[in-house]
Design a protein around this ligand. Structure first.
Ligand SMILES: [Zn+2]
Length: 115
């Protein structure tokens, strides 16, 4: 919905722009997933693009997508193909190993909602 123009100018991007950015990030990742088997290079480019959008609009990559990009080489990670995912109960975390560069990322899953 448009038309919610406020006259306030701030350095922060307006919320609707962030919403669009978030949506574009999700679309990019959906495409990356779809095309990976045939065009892995394209998927890597989508992942990079998504990251750039996220930085420009100050939007963080959605949680479900996090772990799908290597923080080190920025490649799109497809578990079972170029990434190995395992859970570490000792660390209460999911470990994603990038098989492109060997980087291991840990994503703790104990970020429970506080009540
Ligand atoms: Zn990597």
């Amino acid at each position: 919905m448009k038309g919610a123009k406020s006259g306030v100018r701030s350095r922060k991007k307006p919320g609707w722009q962030q919403d669009i950015a978030r949506e574009r990030i999700e679309i990019l990742f959906a495409n990356a997933e779809k095309e990976f088997s045939r065009h892995p290079a394209r998927s890597h480019r989508y992942a990079e693009l998504a990251r750039k959008i996220g930085m420009r609009y100050n939007v963080s990559i959605p949680k479900k997508i996090k772990g799908r990009v290597c923080k080190k080489c920025n490649r799109y990670l497809f578990p079972g193909i170029n990434a190995k995912v395992r859970t570490s109960s000792a660390r209460q975390a999911m470990e994603v190993r990038c098989l492109e560069c060997g980087h291991v990322a840990r994503h703790p899953y104990s970020k429970e909602k506080r009540k």
